[in-house]
Design a binder for this molecule. Structure first.
Ligand code: FES
Ligand code: FES
Length: 166
């Protein structure tokens, strides 16, 4: 099939896609966007999290055919090499990145949580952070620094800023 969708705000068209292959495979292997990571391919780890029409999903569980006509946002759409997204900067500043394999998924999930929480009028509470990120596994950090990073990001994003493309 020919897959037509929007990725990080740009129209994309990819030919010879098997509609049953995963969106994660399409992003990484056909579109040259390796930011989303493939750790379990079973919806268990969250390392492949992307936005699909503004909602975070495990891209390893989304069939390419389901992405037809949809808007996808990946970690590559967050910030730039020159100017990091506030969530990216907060993860760096809080020391929440070690091997980095979980980080792209956590960045997308954190951006979603913080954006939703602030839109509702308050930064996320600790319990909300733990619940929202429960599907994003990290083998390295012990999660405390990730918690710090999310709170730091929320603090910084409380000031007007630009979120990731959804
Ligand atoms: S690679 Fe998709 S959830 Fe683990
Ligand atoms: S930093 Fe290594 S898995 Fe999270």
């Amino acid at each position: 099939m020919r897959l037509t969708c929007t990725v990080n705000g740009s129209a994309q068209q990819v030919d010879d896609v098997w509609e049953g292959e995963s969106l994660l495979y399409v992003l990484r292997e056909r579109m040259g966007l390796p930011g989303s990571k493939n750790a379990c391919e079973q919806g268990e780890c969250g390392s492949c999290t992307v936005y699909l029409d503004g909602v975070p999903v495990c891209s390893c569980l989304v069939a390419a055919g389901q992405a037809e006509g949809r808007a996808i946002g990946t970690v590559e759409g967050m910030g730039s090499e020159e100017t990091l997204h506030p969530v990216q900067q907060a993860f760096l500043d809080a020391g929440a990145v070690q091997c980095g394999f979980c980080t792209p998924g956590l960045l997308v999930a954190t951006d979603d949580l913080v954006t939703r929480s602030l839109a509702a009028g308050a930064p996320p509470a600790d319990a909300e952070i733990r619940e929202a990120l429960a599907g994003n596994l990290c083998r390295c950090t012990g999660y405390e620094k990730i918690l710090d990073a999310v709170k730091l990001a929320a603090q910084r994003m409380a000031a007007p800023t630009t979120g990731a493309p959804r």
